[in-house]
Ligand binder design. Structure first.
Ligand SMILES: Nc1nc2c(c(=O)[nH]1)N(C=O)[C@@H](CNc1ccc(C(=O)N[C@@H](CCC(=O)O)C(=O)O)cc1)CN2
Ligand SMILES: Nc1nc2c(ncn2[C@@H]2O[C@H](COP(=O)(O)OP(=O)(O)OP(=O)(O)O)[C@@H](O)[C@H]2O)c(=O)[nH]1
Ligand SMILES: [Mg+2]
Length: 453
């Protein structure tokens, strides 16, 4: 296998940059581009030791560096690794990398270090995926979920289930070979109770899936309301900048304006929209249509009302257009005298927040309601949970097989039909952990990683 190299630190200026080299020639390549100042010999360095010295490209001196050596199999990838830390300049780190490449290493592809760790049995596929989730985590709960996965929580559960299924398959095979003998383990009621245990374990792996997805991907959120209620002011207030035009003229916003914002530790993919009402203006009309479409395509709706006046016909029509329970009514402008009668709203909408977008007060309350709507407050982020579509699909497939096997047993079907269903479930679990999987899927998983990881 080739020896790969990449700059593993960000493509930006920084204190230190690390050039990572992994593969059987890692140390001999390091020896050619790095000379210790003292009398250490790179090729004699033990694993987990460092040397201070100079990196060079032939005769050209490049930079003062630290070399760290890891010896196979005791390294991240399981191969020999040399890490050169130089000063964190964009140009100098690329020059060191170029010297490494000149001496026989090849550029690492995105995720290739972690892919090698997986291929060398250092990590299962769910743990490898967790590495990328750790890198992209934006908040505490996301990070906790990813760390849990990296420590192997999902792998261990899947592995226990997979071994149980294998045992059942073995028992069934024994029964198929010696059908006349009474093998107690193969009684349908025993198989059924073992399958039920596996089913419950697998269900627990996807219980918090949606909460995790919301934290990772954010919520597609539309701010809607009739003209002039303060939608754009709220949008700007949440995004922390004057992104959307605000005026006292009704019908200011026409296009959909988008911004990714953080409310507490939740990401909202936020859209500001045109005020919804009847209009003869062609351009405004298009904006209104776009706003109405956003009601359909969003996962969360923030419906804004003006607290300083009574509800209008447009407000009432809007309330009737909303047919989801994932909606928060914002009664805006509570910095001025309130004339709104909210009884119509409270009948229809469970989550109501009073705030002033202009004064930026009361906005924290939104966070609590979003947590409630997506049940984030009930989710347990410390239990093993499927972390992406691929993992979820594998678990769903396994569950489908096991649930069908259980119902087949209940209606007294032949045990060999049950056997096929259990075998399907087993295959899905092996795909989940990457123990049995096509190269294409492995490539697809690692293609989403960054270079140097
Ligand atoms: N400098 C540096 N920092 C880093 C990494 C790295 O590769 N280099 N990592 C990369 O992402 C992460 C740490 N991950 C690592 C995981 C395993 C081993 C390792 O050497 N494992 C050996 C020894 C285990 C032991 O001594 O207990 C092994 O598995 O045999 C190293 C780093 C984060 N920080
Ligand atoms: N007193 C007070 N005025 C506000 C508040 N929020 C918005 N306004 C005012 O209400 C007017 C309309 O605000 P916008 O944010 O443009 O309202 P909009 O809902 O986006 O309006 P359209 O884009 O026309 O649909 C502006 O004059 C704002 O300054 C608030 O919390 N308190
Ligand atoms: Mg607006």
């Amino acid at each position: 296998m080739s020896t790969i190299a990449a700059v593993s630190t960000p493509n930006a200026m920084g204190g230190i940059a690390v050039i990572r080299i992994s593969g059987e020639n890692a140390l001999s390549i390091a020896d050619k581009v790095f000379s210790p100042y003292g009398d250490k010999k790179v090729l004699d360095m033990a694993g987990y030791t460092c040397a201070y010295g100079i990196a060079h490209d032939g005769e050209e001196r490049l930079d003062d560096c630290i070399l760290t050596v890891f010896r196979a199999p005791h390294s991240y990838t399981g191969e020999d690794i040399a890490e050169i830390s130089c000063h964190g300049g964009l140009y100098v780190s690329r020059k060191v990398l170029r010297a490494v490449l000149k001496n026989g290493a090849v550029n690492a592809e995105g995720g290739e270090f972690t892919k090698r760790a997986y291929l060398n049995g250092k990590l299962d596929l769910t743990q490898a995926e967790a590495v990328m989730d750790i890198i992209s985590a934006k908040g505490e709960r996301e990070l906790r979920m990813a760390e849990n996965l990296r420590e192997g929580a999902a792998f261990k559960k899947a592995d226990v289930c997979s071994k149980k299924l294998l045992k059942i398959l073995g028992d069934l095979a024994a029964w198929a070979d010696y059908p006349e003998e009474d093998i107690p383990e193969v009684r349908p009621e025993n198989i059924k109770s073992e399958l039920t245990e596996v089913r419950d374990e697998l269900r627990s792996l996807i219980r918090n899936y949606d909460s995790g997805r919301i934290l990772r991907e954010g919520v597609a959120t539309a701010i809607i309301g009739r003209p002039n209620v303060g939608k754009s002011t709220l949008f700007n207030c949440l995004s922390g900048c004057e992104r959307s035009i605000v005026t006292e003229i009704a019908g200011t916003t026409r296009d959909v304006i988008e911004e990714t914002v953080r409310v507490g530790d939740i990401t909202l993919r936020l859209s500001d929209t045109a005020g919804i009402h009847d209009t003869d203006d062609v351009i405004e009309g298009i904006g209104v249509e776009m706003a109405e479409k956003m009601i359909e395509s969003s996962e969360l709706i923030i419906a804004v009302f003006d607290g300083s006046c009574t509800l209008t016909e447009d407000d009432v029509q809007l309330i009737n257009k909303i047919n989801t329970d994932k909606v928060i009514a914002v009664i805006n402008k509570n910095d001025v005298e309130q004339l709104i009668d909210t009884s119509l709203l409270t009948n229809k909408i469970k989550h109501i927040v009073y705030l002033s977008a202009k004064e930026n007060t009361g906005v924290d309350d939104l966070h609590r309601h979003i947590e409630e709507i997506f049940r984030l407050n009930e989710a347990d982020f410390d239990t093993a949970t499927a972390a992406n579509e691929r993992q979820k699909k594998c678990i769903d497939n396994a569950l489908e097989g096991i649930e069908s096997a259980i119902s087949s047993l209940e209606i007294g079907e032949m045990l060999d039909a049950v056997n096929v269903l259990i075998d399907d479930a087993e295959q899905s679990l092996l795909q989940l952990t990457g123990q049995k999987i096509t190269e294409a899927v492995v490539d697809e998983v690692f293609s989403r990683f960054c270079v140097g990881k």
